[in-house]
Design a protein around this ligand. Structure first.
Ligand code: AMP
Ligand code: MG
Length: 396
């Protein structure tokens, strides 16, 4: 039997030579979840002028500690006049500080009699003033190339009045489900047949990883058909993903079809689940052959497909799963393969606790339902309850 390859070597082979895809323009309103292709520079100061953080009274700090006439009223969105000497201005949150004023006192601390305000003396210069450019200064990098455009980044772009951005094209993915027994939900099941659970599961994960599915096919366990559909996928997709048919049985045709069209870079991994996973390429398309068991697909997607999409999108945040350390609420022992156990995380005041689903068999998809993380158990090791365990957090 071929020697098992490490996950690190597999990732290296998979990502070798992968460069970010082309840039394309997109409306900022449509840019959620996309990855910036170039750094965006700030073209406006935010805020555009000094303004008030409170509803209150604006004054020169030197005039604090006495009664001051209220010489004007400044609401947000309206230009103030210069502050008359020895006076204060009624001001509202977001209102521009009148030229000459430098401090705002919140209204709760001010006593009003007719058109005069008593300003306490124990205030500091600059209190409650949001300085021009404090958030963003013109000419500074606003968002770096490679930024995943999530909520705060979209708000930041809008704050600059930006309506179009340059983002990476979504990786085009062909998702091929192999197996004579595989039937779509909605179709009747014949003897020995099962519904295709991998396709919707992987479709959802790939969507989260920023990909666009351009081809979905169910492929029978037959060499000629497998080869034909793989060839077609290589024409259309940046990434070809197959499920099933990649092991050593006579009905497993994917590897031979791959080798007849392109090349197999690596096969047989020192990981559990997912040992028969195969990596290669056909023409310019990358090939990832996931084993058919749903849990192997789930784990394989997080461990291999997400970094691959991250590399194609030029997004470091997508490329690397966040790691955290938790206390194991279980005991386990591994042999020659590293085990990726599906765990739920409890965030407690004493730290993070990782709870493993009882049945970690690769055919048991329920073990993924509550999975917040994959606990990584090194090969040839024993983990006792209470030991610290490295976890890959299944999140952004
Ligand atoms: P294979 O890797 O083709 O030997 O498949 C391993 C196991 O996964 C078999 O029990 C298959 O029936 C099952 N399987 C393969 N593909 C799927 C799928 N798309 N959905 C659910 N189970 C599958
Ligand atoms: Mg099969």
């Amino acid at each position: 039997m071929a020697e098992l390859q490490s996950v690190e070597r597999a990732l290296e082979a998979l990502l070798d030579g992968v460069a970010p895809l082309e840039a394309e323009p997109v409306a900022a309103e449509q840019a959620a979840g996309r990855v910036l292709a170039e750094t965006v520079t700030a073209r406006l100061d935010v805020p555009p002028a000094d303004n008030s953080a409170m509803d209150g009274y604006a004054l020169r700090h030197a005039d604090a500690g006495g009664w001051l006439p209220i010489s004007q009223r400044v609401a947000a969105g309206h230009a103030p006049a210069p502050l008359a000497p020895g006076s204060c201005a009624r001001i509202f949150t977001g209102g521009e500080i009148p030229p000459g004023a430098d401090t705002v006192v919140m209204q709760e601390r001010v006593e009003i009699r007719e058109d005069r305000a008593f300003i306490p003396g124990d205030i500091a210069a600059g209190d409650n003033v949001r300085r021009c450019g404090r958030d963003v200064s013109t000419g500074e990098p606003l968002l770096e190339a490679g930024t995943l455009l999530e909520a705060a980044a979209l708000g930041h772009l809008a704050g600059q009045g930006i309506t179009r951005v340059s983002v990476r094209r979504r990786p085009r993915v062909a998702l091929l489900s192999t197996g004579d027994e595989i039937v779509d939900p909605g179709q009747p099941l014949g003897p020995g047949q099962i519904h295709n659970s991998n396709r919707p599961m992987l479709s959802r994960l790939l969507e989260r990883f920023g990909a666009e599915l351009v081809m979905r096919e169910t492929v029978p366990d037959d060499f000629a058909t497998t080869r034909r559909i793989l060839g077609e996928a290589a024409e259309r997709a940046d990434v070809i993903i197959t499920t099933g048919g990649v092991s050593v049985g006579e009905e497993d045709h994917v590897r031979h079809a791959l080798e007849s069209l392109g090349r197999l870079d690596l096969w047989q991994l020192a990981m559990r689940p997912g040992k028969p996973l195969a990596l290669g390429r056909i023409g310019r398309a990358r090939f990832v052959g996931l084993p058919g068991n749903p849990v192997s697909c789930f784990v394989g997607a997080w461990v291999y497909l997400r970094p691959l999409m991250g590399a194609l999108l030029g997004s470091p945040r997508m490329a690397e799963l966040p790691r955290l350390w938790a206390r194991a609420a279980f005991t386990t022992r591994t042999q020659a393969r590293r085990h990726y156990m599906r765990v739920a995380l409890d965030f407690t005041p004493e730290g993070v606790l990782a709870r493993a689903f009882a049945d970690q068999n690769s055919a048991v998809l329920s073990s993924c339902l509550d999975a917040d993380a994959l606990a990584v158990i090194p090969a040839n090791s024993t983990l006792e309850e209470g030991d610290t365990v490295e976890c890959l957090w299944l999140t952004h």
